[in-house]
Design a protein around this ligand. Structure first.
Ligand code: ZN
Length: 111
């Protein structure tokens, strides 16, 4: 497990697996990949993740396109870009309309 914020881990999973604006994917799929990669606390449940997906929807990175019981379907508004910070060397996963600021909260350099 790493100490990235969960939303950063979600962005990375989407970048690596679903980075296509025509693709539909859901919270269960992303959650399964996060668990397999041991990127999240194993005690977390899919319901605990809802707040993080909502945060990404509020930031207009994800568009909620439908819900079926606990499964929420999403599409990207635009592809996510991976940018390595020249200062801390960590990778940020952002879309073009976001501020180009390193997502490592202890860094915050301009990308
Ligand atoms: Zn940085």
């Amino acid at each position: 497990m790493d100490n990235n914020p969960i939303t950063t881990s979600i962005r990375k999973v989407i970048f690596e697996n679903y980075n296509d604006v025509d693709l539909k994917f859901n919270n269960d799929q992303v959650f399964e990949i996060l668990k397999q990669n041991e990127k999240i606390d194993p005690s977390l449940t899919i319901n605990d993740m809802e707040v993080y997906f909502k945060e990404l929807c509020d930031a207009e990175i994800l568009r909620n396109i439908g819900q079926n019981f606990n499964t929420q379907w999403f599409k990207l508004f635009e592809p996510i870009e991976k940018i390595q910070c020249s200062s801390c060397k960590k990778e940020s996963y952002i879309i073009s309309s976001e501020n180009r600021i390193c997502q490592n909260s202890s860094c915050g350099s301009t990308l």
